[in-house]
Structure formats: C-alpha cells, structure tokens
Design a binder for this molecule. Structure first.
Ligand code: 5AD
Length: 349
C-alpha cells in the first residue's frame, strides 16, 4: 500500500480503483504511513506552524432542515439566539487580545441577517481590525450577495458541500436543497475572489466509498483553499439520531489524502474530531491538518450552538484556553502562530 501513498504524494491524485483500495484498507500501518507522509508534506509547505481561527457562532436560527444538524428548523428544543453587532465586536476584541488574527462568522441560514446587515457587520469588523482576516460561513446566498460581502471586505468563505454524490445529498437534505445549487455557490465564491473552503462529514448516514471518491474528485476539481472535514456525530433531536458516529481512523485517513491531493490547502483539525476523541485534534495535526478553530462565542451561547451531541464547549477548544492549546501543540512538535494564516501562494489580485 506504500506505493499507492507515494503515488498520491507524487501525482496528487489516484484513479477510482486506487482510491477505493486506499480508503478500504483498514491496516494500522497503512494509516500510519499515510499520516506520516501527509504531515511531512504539510510541514514542507507550512513548517510546523498551526494557524488559529476564532469562531464566532453568531446565530443558531436556520431556515433549513438538514437531517443531520442539531440547529435544523424543525428542532423545537433548540434554544435560539442571535448576537448583535456589539456582541460580535466584543468577541473580536477578546479574540484579538488572545492573539487571533482571523475571525470566522458562522451561523445558520438566518433571514434576519440580510445582506445589508451582513455588510454592516463585515465593514465594522474590518474597520476595527484591519490586520485581521474575516471568514464567513453563513450558507447559500446569490452571487450578488456574495459579491457585496467580498466588496465589504470579507476575505474567505466556508461552505461545506456535505457530499458530492447527488443521490447521497438527497438523503441528507430535504428536496428544496440541491447539490447543484451548493456547487454553484462554491464556484461563484471562487470567481468573486474569496479564499474558499468546501468539505464534508465523514461517516454520515448512507455514505459509501463511492460517494467519498466523488468527494475527493470534486475537491480536486474545485481546488479550494480550505477543506473542512470532521466525523458525523448524531444529534438526539434529528432524524439521524439513531445512526453511528463517523470513525476516527477514516477521518484521519481522509485528512491525509486531502493533504496529499492539495499540498497547500488550509486543513482544520475540527471540533467534531476533538469531540469524538480526547486528543482528536492532535491526531488531526499529525495526519496533515494545520489549522484549529477555537470557539470565541460568548460562554452563555456556546451550549446553544449544538450541531451534534456532546460538542466540546467548555474545555480546551474554548478560546480562553489558547494557552493550553499552545502547549498541546508544542507537545507534538508544532507551534501555534499569531498571523492571518493565508493560503500559501495565494494572491488576492
Ligand atoms: N455531525 C457532524 N458535523 C455536523 N455538521 C452539521 N451537523 C453535524 C453533525 N451532526 C457540520 C456540517 C456543516 C458544519 C457547519 O457542521 O458539515 O456544514
């Protein structure tokens, strides 16, 4: 299997049959070699630096009803909240003082935050923190909305594609949502000039090796600046409450494959990975990830932004624990840095 890993490192791609063999090989030694190869590629591009992003979960209202997600519209147990501009700026202030130079505004698809309101928020953050990058993660909107956000100063946009398999997509989402629209959004964002991130859940219900291969091919074709992947974790108030969570090893394997496909990609060790395993994020870094996204949301709302059960939200993932995060990263030979952490070779012009 080593030959396949080296081929992937060399060519940054494999054919379907090879991907299938690699994904379905469950030997520890294969995973170990893949992780080692991927983390050395990550180090050759980003050295041993880990970029941090301050995540601000500013609304958990959502008009969508995705079957996997805890803040889906139909979950009447969810306690809904929105942060106002002042609260958002307070989060940035706290984060700035902790050393964050990227803020990620993430929320459900909340009609309350019109394009105008978003532009106001973006401009305020960029006015107060001109040396910081701003990432949006607020779902699907039209080309003109995205353009207005970009013109207002937003730098990056995260929109996981969730699955690149049409049939699988329709088993995860109600039929008013389509993979085609999702992909159109991603291509629009890229064309406008955002640093763009796509991604998917590992082990989501009905996922197959074939659907994962489609994800890898889509990622290769989109060639995004960021890819966010984490294990599916069931949420008790969703239609998928009875499904098993995604596997740690498969997540680590896919992180490594993505690093080898896109050596320069910004690849987070996600909160969901830290949720299913106490040292999941360290393992993610050692599999080729180079980003972590601690929570900057006010303490009282953190427990309300529950996409899945048991989400870590008081421990080391919290921004205040950035010191502890630094020592965790040091302990595995990495260094958390204070910088915007842009995509290498990226040029806005
Ligand atoms: N388990 C893991 N990840 C989830 N997300 C939503 N619900 C879950 C879940 N139950 C992910 C989706 C979404 C991102 C913000 O969180 O991929 O894009």
């Amino acid at each position: 299997m080593k030959d396949l890993v080296l081929k992937l490192k060399e060519n940054h791609f494999l054919n379907d049959e090879e991907f299938k063999r690699l994904i379905e090989d469950e030997r520890e030694e294969t995973l170990g070699f893949l992780n080692k190869t991927a983390s050395s590629v990550s180090k050759s591009v980003y050295d041993n630096k880990i970029y941090i992003r301050g995540l601000i979960e500013f609304t958990n209202y959502c008009k969508n009803d995705c079957y996997y997600c805890g803040i889906r519209k139909s979950n009447s147990n969810a306690e809904r909240y929105r942060l106002n501009l002042e609260q958002i700026l307070d989060c940035c202030e706290t984060g700035y003082n902790l050393g964050f130079r990227t803020f990620v505004l993430q929320g459900g698809e909340d009609g309350f935050f019109t394009d105008e309101k978003m532009v106001e928020i973006i401009k305020a953050i960029k006015r107060n923190y001109p040396d910081c990058a701003l990432t949006l993660s607020i779902g699907e909107r039209g080309y003109d909305s995205y353009k207005a956000f970009f013109d207002a100063g937003a730098d990056r946009y995260l929109l996981r594609h969730e699955t690149a398999d049409c049939e699988h997509y329709s088993r995860l989402h109600p039929n008013n949502l389509s993979l085609q629209n999702r992909m159109d959004c991603l291509y629009n964002l890229k064309e406008i000039g955002f640093q763009v991130g796509c991604g998917f859940m590992v082990g989501s219900p009905y996922q197959t090796t074939d659907s994962l291969i489609k994800d890898l091919k889509f990622i290769k074709e989109l060639n995004p600046h960021m890819v966010g992947i984490g294990p599916f974790v069931p949420h008790n108030a969703t239609p998928f409450k009875g499904f098993e969570q995604g596997s740690l090893n498969l997540t680590l394997k896919l992180l490594s494959i993505i690093r080898l496909m896109l050596p320069n990609v910004l690849l987070p060790a996600t909160t969901a990975l830290g949720t299913i395993d106490a040292t999941g994020r360290e393992k993610g870094i050692l599999a080729g990830a180079n980003v972590v996204m601690p929570n900057l949301s006010p303490r009282d709302v953190r427990k309300k932004y529950l996409l899945y059960d048991n989400k870590i939200c008081t421990g080391d993932e919290a921004a205040e624990c950035v010191l502890s995060l630094k020592s965790r990263m040091n302990s595995i030979g990495y260094e958390v840095v204070t910088s915007r952490g842009d995509y290498k070779n990226y040029n806005k012009e």
